[in-house]
Design a protein around this ligand. Structure first.
Ligand SMILES: Nc1ncnc2c1ncn2[C@@H]1O[C@H](COP(=O)(O)OP(=O)(O)O)[C@@H](O)[C@H]1O
Ligand SMILES: [Mg+2]
Length: 602
């Protein structure tokens, strides 16, 4: 979902004194630190930045000088002198102004885009290095928003606001100097006016900021509801909750309306008020300067013209600076969120001299393994297990007992909190991470398919597989039947990333993928939970063939499908409650036996 909860106030440089829209600026937690890191990213591009800085100064010079020259022109006209030289000078100034602005934008865009490109690649690379635990802790939508929105924000804001900010600062200082030079007394009057406008802006924006924040919040809540209603429309209809949905929507829509109207009215107050005060100041200065001209303390009409023009230009940058600073803050906050990801701990590196693992035999041993996602709340408690190579292990137990967690430890998606797991006599952590993962063929509970062809999806773990092999794998997984029925068979594109298939069909495709990958160790985590019993048996039989002579771990809820396993482990509450073959466990007459009887009705 588009997560633009912060509006970037428009960095208008036209208009007189516009009210700070006061859109809820997101404040960075550590402005200085983040700016410093951004600054470091400009390495190698600082000459360009210095040049832009220079251009800003030059551009401001044009803005600062032109009212002065205009004043001169007025004086010349009033004394009937030759004006063409001055007019040419004025034209030259405006041309220079345009040229400088153009160059500035051009340079800034190319520098900023290069930096952004770099940030984007670094961030994506980082995503690859991050451990699964990082993604488990976060909403994927939020991560996506960081990759897209935040980076977008940085690029637009920095290129826009940084240049304006520089130019504005130069302009304000330059104009102040010119005004002081022209008439200290009039400058004092103008400053009083500016101070008044400034205070007023503060009061009104204080009020509007709250209202705009409220508006954003209501908008967010409305968006959330719309998204929920659309994605859950089937459920809404099934439970006949359309009316309630509409009532909820109306409520939120009303709240948003109220807040928006208030916010707009308040910010609407400001603008006319500003104009009134501004015009009053303008008139006041015109009157005072006329009086001064009449009694001779001002020498020329041109000076008055210049001063009034300066006065007009002087107030403008102030609010602009405030606005730009707001959006600048938002961008810095975005950069901060990106740096947060870059600072996350990557997956632990391979230890020096890590073993490579070509075709492991598949001897596993769990030695007093403790593990908790939160180290203070163990999920697996003191697991001790010996699994000789080639064993077909079935893991059973109630939902939430820790079966998937056990698997996560094998593939090192997570590392044990204490104790150790060994494979072929060495701790898992002593192997090269990539070799270790290569050794596993995994079919997980959540099926992940890509919006590509069926063929592509099956051969995902085995690039370069022939069509023959793909077909064979699909056959073993029992997926060939429905694939053939698809409009383009193996070339059908899964437009919605597999959402158009049934859960069971998705599972069959992922099984085919694992079959094709032909890994020495197989893991099936409730891989057939959504497949009918007949198909499941078929797959099971085929899998038995494939798994023959290789270690495999199968998590299943239908006990009848795993009764032939070499070793059945019953996990309860993170502990091994029972283990043995089907016959042994049945003979023991424990929990497994009663579970089995309940399921089969024997
Ligand atoms: N990523 C995670 N972060 C925190 N807790 C988790 C995570 N995954 C699972 N758990 C918790 O660990 C326990 C075991 O979960 P799991 O191994 O998935 O159970 P199951 O036996 O159903 O596969 C559950 O209480 C679950 O809430
Ligand atoms: Mg599970």
């Amino acid at each position: 979902m588009a997560d633009k909860n912060y509006s970037v106030p428009p960095a208008n440089s036209s208009g007189f004194f516009r009210p700070g829209r006061g859109g809820a600026a997101v404040k960075p937690k550590n402005m200085k630190g983040t700016l410093y890191r951004l600054w470091q990213l400009t390495r190698g591009k600082r000459n360009g930045l210095g040049f832009i800085f220079l251009l800003s100064a030059l551009g401001s010079a044009a803005a600062i000088l032109s009212p002065y020259v205009t004043g001169k022109a007025v004086t010349v006209i009033s004394t009937r002198g030759a004006i063409s030289g001055i007019l040419a000078c004025l034209m030259g100034l405006y041309l220079c102004d345009w040229l400088v602005k153009f160059l500035q934008q051009y340079l800034m865009a190319s520098i900023v885009q290069r930096i952004i490109h770099h940030i984007r690649s670094t961030l994506f690379e980082k995503m690859r290095e991050l451990p699964i635990s990082f993604f488990d802790r976060r909403q994927h939508g939020e991560l996506m928003s960081r990759l897209t929105n935040d980076i977008d924000n940085i690029s637009t804001t920095i290129s826009n606001s940084l240049t304006s900010l520089m130019t504005h600062c130069f302009t304000v200082v330059g104009i102040l100097v010119m005004m002081l030079y022209l008439s200290p007394l009039l400058t004092l009057v103008s400053l009083l006016g500016v101070a008044m406008i400034f205070m007023l802006t503060k009061i009104v924006t204080g009020k509007t900021r709250k209202l705009f924040a409220m508006q954003q919040k209501n908008l967010g809540s409305l968006n959330g509801q719309v998204e929920e209603s659309i994605s859950g429309l089937a459920v809404v209809k099934a439970f006949c909750r359309e009316e309630q949905m509409e009532i909820d929507f109306e409520e939120r829509n009303d709240a948003l309306y109220q807040a928006s109207v208030k916010a707009l009215i308040w910010s609407g107050y400001l603008m006319p008020l500003m104009n009134v005060i501004n015009n009053l100041c303008f008139v006041l200065i015109a009157v005072i300067s006329s009086i001064m001209f009449v009694n001779g303390s001002i020498s020329s009409i041109g000076l008055i013209t210049s001063f009034l023009l300066y006065m007009r230009q002087f107030t403008r940058p102030f609010v602009d600076i405030a606005n730009i600073y707001n959006s600048f803050q938002t961008a810095v906050a975005g950069a901060e969120r990106i740096f947060e990801i870059l600072d996350e701990q990557s997956e632990p590196e391979d230890i020096p001299n890590a073993y490579s693992l070509k075709r492991p035999r598949g001897d596993f041993e769990f030695n007093h393994v403790w593990f908790g996602y939160d180290p203070n709340r163990p999920v697996l408690k003191d697991i001790c297990l010996k699994i000789p190579a080639g064993t077909q292990v079935a893991i059973v137990g109630p939902t939430g007992s820790g079966k998937t967690t056990l698997i996560n430890l094998l593939t090192r998606f997570y590392d044990v909190t204490s104790g150790s797991i060994t494979l072929d006599g060495h701790d898992l952590r002593e192997y090269k991470q990539s070799d270790l993962r290569d050794a596993f063929g995994v079919v997980l509970q959540d099926t992940a398919l890509f919006a590509e062809s069926v063929k592509y999806n099956i051969s995902y773990g085995h690039k370069g597989a022939t069509m023959e092999q793909i077909r064979e794998a699909a056959k073993i997984a029992g997926a060939d039947g429905f694939i053939e029925r698809m409009p383009k068979g193996y070339d059908t594109i899964l437009e919605q990333g597999g959402q158009e298939l049934s859960q069971g069909e998705r599972q069959l495709l992922t099984i085919a993928r694992a079959v094709l990958a032909d890994a020495p160790i197989m893991i099936l985590d409730e891989a057939t939970s959504s497949v009918d019993t007949v198909t499941e048996r078929k797959i099971r039989r085929a899998m038995l063939n494939i798994c023959k002579s290789r270690t495999s771990f199968i998590i299943a809820h239908r006990l009848s499908t795993i009764r032939d396993s070499d070793l059945i482990i019953l996990i309860e509450n993170g502990e091994i409650a029972e283990q043995g073959t089907h016959d042994e466990l049945m003979a023991a007459g424990g929990k497994y036996a009663s579970m089995y009887r309940t399921q089969t009705g024997e």
